[in-house]
Design a protein around this ligand. Structure first.
Ligand code: AMP
Length: 387
């Protein structure tokens, strides 16, 4: 099995990291830095600004978490690093990385995101922290309440910058950056580099080093993917068929376009006796976290999600992604199937294509620069009888 990790010839000991961080990395079971880590960590340790072009699954989180911890070691307890992320889920995940790699340090990280009470976050911030991981809107709430000040900030990370801009966070980002010291290190990570992200980088980064993993827009290469031509009415039947026939039930992430669609799929799965949960914007934060925790723990086999789960989710060991609906943006296809291409995991990505979605699949193929293989199942293909 070819993994992304295999490409880097360095070992972690070659990187100039403090012993307590190396120990944590070894305990995490990592043998070698991934390419983005091998390239970004030495540059970040020198204090340079970085544009990291990497999607999730490449090890990008550790690529900024480790140098930040290294720089903050032994310093005063002030907020010296801020990581902005587009979603609550990603914030929680980045927080988890800081916990994992910082386990032998006394550095404190806290995450603040919307949808939950302000009080506990306020308390945590006021207790004194070194690292804040935040979604932009909620962070501004705390800034306005004077719960956090950034006078001592040394490192700013804009994680999944393309996604943050897609979600309309540009005004909030501008507002936040205005209130942090101009003399700082800025690390920007993005899966793609549209003009808006380039403009953001020009505005806020100083002589950045560009670190790029793989060809731009390339799908994570441990993934094998296929398109199933199927009539719209037969999609659920096809899903159930694939889930049961191939016994691939261990952990399947299903993407649906709409909340209603996701709920409908969930009902069908339950009806067929398959353990599943749903994750979308109408569910409370607690419900979403619970669904994710159950999925990660293997308590449920199928997680049906709308776009909120699209990026940044670290679901180790996921076996399959199913695009029940073809993603409307070609770029999103790459992000979605990035879910299964995570370090050391392989997975299959299946896309259900009804006749009205043929053009969207073509534009994905243009972006990938290659055709996606078609698999026709008799009885499901929209060309066949019974569809
Ligand atoms: P990320 O792209 O940051 O979301 O990380 C993807 C996954 O790879 C996470 O589950 C990490 O725990 C894992 N990972 C990160 N760095 C390494 C490494 N050097 N070796 C093996 N796994 C890693």
């Amino acid at each position: 099995m070819e993994t992304i990790i295999a490409e880097s010839g360095l070992t972690f000991d070659d990187l100039d990291l403090a012993p307590e961080l190396l120990q944590a990395v070894h305990e995490a079971g990592y043998e070698r830095p991934t390419p983005i880590q091998a390239e970004a960590i030495p540059v970040a340790l020198k204090g340079r600004d970085i544009i990291g072009l990497a999607q999730t699954g490449t090890g990008k989180t550790a690529a900024f978490t480790l140098p930040i911890l290294n720089q903050l070691l032994g310093g005063p307890r002030r907020v010296r690093a801020l990581i902005l992320t587009p979603t609550r889920e990603l914030a929680a995940q980045v927080r988890e990385s800081f916990r994992k790699y910082g386990v032998h340090t006394d550095l404190r990280a806290v995450e603040v995101f919307g949808g939950v009470a302000l009080g506990p976050q306020e308390k945590a911030l006021r207790l004194g922290v070194d690292i804040v991981i935040a979604t932009p809107g909620r962070l501004i709430d705390h800034m306005e309440r004077q719960n956090v000040v950034f006078d001592d900030l040394e490192i700013l990370v804009l994680d999944e910058a393309d996604r943050m801009l897609d979600m309309g966070f540009a005004p909030q980002i501008n507002r936040i950056v205005r209130e942090v010291p101009p003399y700082r290190q800025t690390l920007l990570f993005s899966a793609t580099m549209p003009a808006e992200v380039e403009a953001l980088a020009r505005k806020y980064l100083r002589k950045p080093v560009v670190v790029q993993v793989g060809r731009r827009s390339q799908a994570a290469h441990t993934v094998t993917h296929a398109v199933y031509p199927v009539s719209r009415q037969r999609k659920t039947a096809l899903l159930l068929e694939l889930l049961t026939r191939d016994q691939v039930l261990d952990s399947v992430l299903v993407f649906a376009r709409t909340k209603g669609g996701a709920d409908r799929i969930l009902r069908e799965l339950h009806g067929a006796g398959i353990s599943a949960a749903v994750m979308h914007g109408d569910r409370s934060q607690a419900e979403r976290m619970q669904a994710l925790a159950d999925f990660k723990a293997g308590a449920i086999n199928v997680l049906v999600a709308t776009d909120i789960a699209q990026r940044g989710l670290d679901i180790a060991g996921i076996s399959h992604v199913v695009n029940y609906d073809v993603p409307q943006e070609a770029e999103d296809y790459v992000h979605r199937i990035g879910r299964t291409g995570r370090a050391a995991a392989t997975g299959d990505a299946f896309t259900f294509m009804s006749p009205d979605e043929i053009a969207m699949v073509r534009s994905i193929e243009r972006l990938l620069g290659q055709p996606i293989p078609r698999i026709s199942l008799v009885g499901y293909d929209f060309g066949s009888v019974g569809s």
